[in-house]
Design a protein around this ligand. Structure first.
Ligand SMILES: NC(=O)c1ccc[n+]([C@@H]2O[C@H](COP(=O)([O-])OP(=O)(O)OC[C@H]3O[C@@H](n4cnc5c(N)ncnc54)[C@H](O)[C@@H]3O)[C@@H](O)[C@H]2O)c1
Ligand SMILES: O=C(O)CC[C@@H](O)C(=O)O
Length: 386
């Protein structure tokens, strides 16, 4: 029986995929896998039993990814599985930041029980007028799974869309409408666009992407949308820009105390991925990634080890997570050779500092052999699957 710890509520469609050999719960002894959404894991003690963490979602900034690699724990995410849900909320936010819909609805509610509501409506509505998005310039920073969908959809709504992504993938380039203008720099987006939406991961190089410097370059009255992570936008700088009218409206999926209650801030409680469809998609993908890794040692959609999959070709599989340094594979074959183990099939892949090798073997892979492999200095995890 494989134990899976669920740190957040995970759609049953996903947990059902694990099958009868799995037990999953919010509290469980010796978990081999963790299923998580946004739960903060940086201060969590990682049990020795833990082989993998699957993030049912895109952002992995809640997980200590490098610490996991050092411990031989593979971290997965579910690329694109919630992208449409986020795209739809971003489209809503384009309109919410334009047409003052939220304060207008709140104001309309205050009319309840008062006299001659239709007259008051006609008199009061001018306070909530706002521009159309048709023909306006939208800058999309980050053209991954979400950014591409947002860019293409906004273009079909009649916006002039500028995109910026210095690491654009080939897949994203294929999916991006040819009408999207390629911005030469992020500054071009800041300088030209009436609306800016960010769809990049939070990391050391993107933290504070929209801060005081960026807000000095933007067009007056720009509308900013942040459905990626709160810390991508410097809250103090944003509050100053809202106060002096540099930013006409800021829509964020990541409210903080300083933003709540501020005029022209639309604060949404992290609802980007909260649709049944995306919760199902993410849970299914995460569960399948975890199951294939636990049962076969295959890696699909990891963020700290290479993707690597091989059909099972012998009774016993040895999986080695290791540092990407010379002569490591030679040391594996030497240990196997000395133990009389024959390697039938082998696959090794690297990703930056880390690598992963699968050996399908015949012969008796004893615990002693596994320990010898685990003791090799580049190896962070040696696993035998029979
Ligand atoms: N609000 C929500 O509920 C919700 C849901 C899903 C994802 N997210 C957030 O959105 C982010 C993006 O999700 P995704 O699925 O599109 O991820 P993705 O990995 O498919 O795309 C991210 C893109 O950002 C690009 N990028 C990285 N650094 C950049 C930089 N400095 N400038 C411009 N582009 C840069 C990458 O090249 C990549 O194309 C996630 O990391 C997550 O934080 C939020
Ligand atoms: O799980 C969620 O609700 C949010 C997920 C989202 O922030 C992500 O990064 O995929």
């Amino acid at each position: 029986m494989h134990n899976i710890l669920c740190l957040n509520k995970i759609s049953p469609l996903g947990t059902d995929r694990l099958g009868e050999n799995y037990t999953y719960a919010a509290e469980i002894e010796n978990p081999e896998g963790i299923l998580v959404r946004s739960a903060a894991m940086h201060d969590m003690e990682l049990p020795n039993s833990l082989l993998a963490i699957a993030r049912a979602g895109a952002g992995v900034n809640n997980i200590p990814v490098e610490k996991c690699a050092e411990a031989g724990i593979v971290v997965f995410n579910t690329p694109g599985a919630n992208a449409n849900a986020v795209k739809e909320l971003v489209l809503a936010a384009l309109l919410l930041t334009s047409r003052k819909i939220v304060p207008a609805i709140e104001w309309a509610q205050t009319l309840k029980g008062t006299a001659d509501i239709s007259k008051q409506v006609e008199k009061g509505k001018s306070a909530f007028a706002g521009p159309e998005i048709l023909g306006k310039k939208l800058g999309v920073i980050g053209l991954g799974a979400i950014g591409v969908l947002v860019a293409n959809a906004a273009q079909t709504l009649g916006m002039q869309v500028y995109g910026f992504d210095p690491f654009l993938s080939v897949d994203a380039a294929w999916n991006l409408s040819s009408d999207i203008v390629k911005a030469a720099s992020v500054d071009e987006i800041f300088e030209k666009c009436d609306y800016i939406t960010i769809h990049v991961p939070l990391n050391d190089s993107t933290r504070g992407l929209i801060g005081a410097d960026a807000l000095k370059k933007v067009k007056k009255g720009v509308r900013v949308l942040n459905f990626s992570r709160g810390a991508l936008v410097d809250t103090d700088a944003m509050l100053a820009a809202l106060a002096d009218g540099t930013v006409a409206a800021y829509a964020t999926d990541f409210p903080d105390d300083a933003l709540l209650g501020v005029e022209n801030v639309i604060a949404i409680p992290h609802l980007g991925a909260s649709t049944p469809e995306s919760e199902d998609n993410c849970a299914v993908m995460a569960a399948e990634e975890l199951k294939d890794y636990i049962e076969n040692g295959n890696i699909r959609n990891a963020v700290n080890f290479p993707n690597i999959s091989m059909a099972r070709g012998a009774d016993t599989r040895i999986c080695l997570a290791h540092r990407n340094i010379p002569n490591t594979i030679g040391s594996f074959t030497q240990v196997c050779g000395e133990a009389g183990i024959n390697i039938e099939n082998m696959l090794s892949k690297s990703r930056g500092d880390w690598a992963y090798t699968i050996l399908d073997v015949t012969g008796d892979v004893t615990e002693d052999v596994r320990e010898k492999l685990a003791a090799l200095s580049p190896v962070v995890r040696a696993r035998v699957i029979k």
